[in-house]
Design a protein around this ligand. Structure first.
Ligand SMILES: Cc1cc2nc3c(=O)[nH]c(=O)nc-3n(C[C@H](O)[C@H](O)[C@H](O)COP(=O)(O)OP(=O)(O)OC[C@H]3O[C@@H](n4cnc5c(N)ncnc54)[C@H](O)[C@@H]3O)c2cc1C
Length: 444
């Protein structure tokens, strides 16, 4: 008999997971709280984008949808740093042939939902899950338009309902279930740089742009229509905070003083700033991620993180691939599959969260710090000479499928080693010498 799966949440993780479960021959029903975004996304006039990297691509490829996603993505092989005076510096993320990709979130979600539907999934919109029976796989949904309640049962429940998961909330009522949430002091606001009149990009297209300013920073990712989605990350309160930017005068003065070359790119900057919401950022942890052999959490519902490594979606896509691998490995034994999934993915959820917090410091402070840039040059040189001994942390996370947990541990060991190297006398003069490479080799 075909296994009957209900996926709660038709976001990025839920839609991709549907494709995996369909490929396995399961019956799949996707329930989504929101209206069908396929009717709204293309007229939204505003595109939010995400950075997709190797582990995301690996998961898309395994289920045969990577070529579709390629068509809506823009390669970003480098960061372009914008200093206070508007001077630009390029920093390649890896080797010249490696890139992360800017992908429009709405279009990606629509694409995955369409493919899931074409391949046999049933999609239900305006269906808010508000209860789940953790004794037997049963769910209760409320139609958000007419209030109608439906009770549905299945063999397997996949909770892909995001950071504020209803499935996880119910799991929290179980004995010994672990849960924590931590909001950082920074929030974010999105702004849009429009395209030129001819549809071209106003700044370099194939790059992620960063304006690092210490306690706050601005980033911009290109969209296919010539625009850029920009995100300002700032503290909610205190110096240079959102709280200080209340009036058009405050906003204009702030942007003119710290983002000189950015300000002229958005003619209606003040209107956008006042109109667009300021959102919070948090880390959500829980364990275990499964209940018995019939309920499991994937994506943000299990491990929502702050966005500074651009890995939340990538980690969620990796969940789908790993869950599928485990179903295969355990030949349909769902108890062993889900227990193992929870056990092996939890350290990676923690790993991606640690990495994300760490990269906030790197992006906002270090990318403008000459000592850090020198350190990266030394690492790069060593990695090229001894690739079997050193893969830079950014490459482990973004250009490999090495587990997040392992990347984090290796990355922190590399940091320790590099702090010894950076403390060697005259490192600024000697960094390019064989002596430094030999010193690193001894320490590895
Ligand atoms: C500012 C920002 C930038 C980011 N940038 C990146 C990036 O560059 N790269 C990257 O990899 N990640 C990035 N992320 C993270 C990424 O957006 C998330 O990790 C990813 O969306 C998680 O997917 P998901 O499907 O688990 O959750 P979601 O995308 O949140 O989807 C959950 C779905 O469940 C639905 N739902 C919720 N509750 C219910 C309910 N009770 N009943 C039914 N349906 C429900 C929701 O409507 C939604 O459709 C970023 C996040 C933020 C906030």
């Amino acid at each position: 008999m075909r296994k009957d799966v209900i996926i709660v949440g038709a976001g990025l993780a839920g839609s991709l997971c549907a494709l995996y479960m369909l490929k396995r021959g399961f019956k799949v029903r996707l329930y989504e709280r929101r209206a069908d975004m396929r009717k709204a996304v293309l007229v939204a006039g505003r595109s939010i984008n995400l950075a997709l990297s190797v582990r995301g691509w690996t998961a898309l490829e395994k289920v045969g949808v990577d070529a579709h996603v390629k068509e809506i993505s823009i390669a970003m092989p480098k960061r372009v740093m914008h200093d206070l005076e508007g001077n630009l510096t390029d920093q390649f993320y890896g080797n010249q042939d490696q890139a992360i990709y800017s992908v429009p979130r709405g279009e990606l979600n629509v694409l995955l939902m369409n493919l899931a539907q074409e391949r046999g999934a049933e999609l239900f919109f305006n269906q808010k899950c508000f209860d789940v029976d953790l004794e037997n796989p049963k769910l209760i949904f409320e139609n958000t338009i007419d209030g109608k309640i439906s009770n549905v049962s299945c063999d397997l429940i996949i909770g892909a309902d995001g950071a504020f998961s209803a499935i996880r909330t119910k799991m929290m009522k179980q004995d010994r279930f672990q849960y924590s949430q931590y909001y950082i002091e920074h929030g974010y606001k999105e702004l849009l740089i429009p395209a030129n009149a001819d549809g071209s990009h106003k700044i370099e297209k194939n790059a992620l742009h960063i304006w690092p300013r210490g306690n706050f920073m601005l980033i911009a990712l290109p969209n296919l229509d010539g625009s850029y989605t920009c995100t300002l990350f700032s503290p909610f309160e205190g110096k240079d905070s959102f709280k200080e930017l209340k009036t058009p005068q405050d906003i204009t003065k702030f942007f003119n003083s710290v983002f000189k070359d950015f300000t002229p790119l958005i003619p209606d900057l003040v209107e956008q700033f006042l109109h667009n919401p300021t959102a919070s950022l948090g880390i959500f942890k829980c364990f275990p991620w499964n209940v018995k052999d019939f309920c499991v959490l994937i994506g943000d519902s299990a491990h929502a993180t702050v966005p500074f490594y651009g890995q939340g979606m990538n980690a969620s896509f990796e969940d789908c691939r790993v869950l599928d691998d485990l179903i295969e490995e355990h030949e349909g034994d769902m108890l062993r599959t889900l227990n193992k999934f929870s056990q092996i993915r939890k350290p990676n959820g923690d790993g991606v969260q640690d990495l994300s917090l760490h990269n906030f410091i790197v992006m906002r402070d270090k990318t403008a710090d000459p000592i850090f840039l020198l350190q990266k040059k030394i690492e790069q040189k060593f990695a090229q000479l001894y690739p079997e001994k050193w893969l830079p942390l950014y490459s482990m996370v973004s250009f490999s499928n090495i587990s997040y947990a392992e990347a984090w541990v290796i990355g922190m060991e590399q940091e320790k080693l590099m702090s010894k190297i950076m403390n060697l006398p005259n490192i600024k003069e000697t960094w390019d010498s064989d002596v430094i490479m030999q010193e690193m080799l001894k320490m590895c």
